[in-house]
Design a protein around this ligand. Sequence first.
Ligand code: ADP
Length: 178
Amino acid sequence: MKSREEIRNSISIEQGDITRLAVDCIVNAANRSLLGGGGVDGAIHRAAGPELLQECRTLHGCETGQAKMTKGYRLKAKYVIHTVGPVYSGKPADRELLAACYRNSLELAKQNGIHSIAFPAISTGVYGYPLSEAVPIAVKTVLDWMERNQNYTLAVTFSCFDERTAEIYKEVTGAEEV
Ligand code: ADP
């Protein structure tokens, strides 16, 4: 059994563009259509090439909190897991839906034999989730899942587009209470 601290220490925080990461799988903060958008979604589609959109069309969308997988095409990552975060409303359901995005993505990764995964800060861009609320949910959900799935090796990276986001992740993963 690993301690919570060992699990916390195994998480990576990388500042930069998620599309450049050499991991098995990157997670896309998509919208329910799965047909592309702005922010990280646009960046992933641009880097992966038009075949990604073609495959996404066959998936017929995705509900908020759920996750679906495609190939990564021209990305270094072999797979993309598309998950749809909640649009921030300030209601308690936001938290559940955001946690579900992380949990369902991790489950899908495990089901597909993926051993490294990178997440963007889901819902914290256009969808308006404050970083101060979203990051603790992301970190806690991932740590809880890793604790429950210690028999499965999955390296998790939090991809942070800017320095401020990276600082918040570092603070939260360093805190003993998560
Ligand atoms: P959402 O609609 O879920 O809010 P956004 O793409 O607008 O999704 O933003 C989610 C997060 O992804 C934001 O923190 C944003 O800064 C970040 N982001 C945007 N582009 C990239 C990228 N290329 N790599 C990593 N993170 C990114």
